[in-house]
Design a protein around this ligand. Structure first.
Ligand SMILES: C[C@@H](N)C(=O)N[C@H](C)C(=O)O
Length: 207
């Protein structure tokens, strides 16, 4: 059974902030220059060199300011309401958290998560079954890491991604094949760590 980011068990995980700085990923790994915690950056670089020749990781997003997280929540919650008329507020929050995290436990706001994919030598994205940020509604559930209804290549590419990232200690959010994190509260719950390493980062600190 999938544990969502809105689950009380995630919120119950304590954070013992390590104070680890944010670093900008190299452009070869993240043309957008995503910012992440130093420990996550090291793990991503280690995962990248484990890939077969001709395949690289491509990180499209890392740290996200809290205002941006709030804006994504508001926008997607409105879409969920339109798709699921009549849901109460509790169910709305649960359904919304399949695609975007509540602010207080948000892995991107802690600079502890990345959205990423695989690219070939020309920088072209490989087939992972859906676009990054395809919602459950738009993709008919194919955004879930273990979804049926995607091709053999997409399955193989998701498995390849998982093999190099889990070896570095990252965990996937099962409703989004592209979302991987390290050191946040969701990661702590999933790995059995006693506490999270990284809490929310203020925009002023990230600047
Ligand atoms: C909105 C989507 N790209 C995303 O980042 N989702 C995760 C679960 C999050 O909000 O942390």
């Amino acid at each position: 059974m999938t544990i969502l980011l809105s689950d009380e068990r995630v919120r119950a995980v304590p954070v013992v902030e390590s104070g680890e700085p944010l670093v900008r990923l190299p452009r070869s790994l993240s043309p957008a220059g995503a910012l992440v915690r130093a420990g996550l950056a090291d793990r991503l670089m280690a995962a990248d060199i484990q890939l077969p020749p001709g395949i690289r990781l491509r990180v499209v997003e890392g740290y996200r300011p809290v205002e941006e997280q709030r804006a994504i929540i508001a926008s997607y919650a409105a879409q969920v309401r339109a798709h699921h008329p009549g849901v109460d507020d509790v169910e709305l929050a649960r359904l919304t958290s399949r695609f975007v995290s509540p602010v207080d436990v948000a892995p991107h706001v802690a600079a502890a998560a990345v959205d990423l994919t695989l690219v070939d030598v020309c920088g072209e994205e490989l087939d992972l079954g859906t676009a990054i940020d395809a919602t459950p509604e738009d993709s008919d559930g194919r955004c879930y890491f273990s979804a049926a209804g995607i091709g053999a290549d997409a399955h193989a590419h998701r498995d390849l991604l998982a093999s190099v990232l889990t070896r570095q200690g990252l965990v996937n959010y099962p409703t989004e094949w592209w979302h991987w994190s390290f050191g946040d509260r969701y990661w702590a719950l999933m790995t059995g760590a006693r506490h999270a390493l990284y809490g929310p980062v203020a925009a002023a600190v990230a600047a």
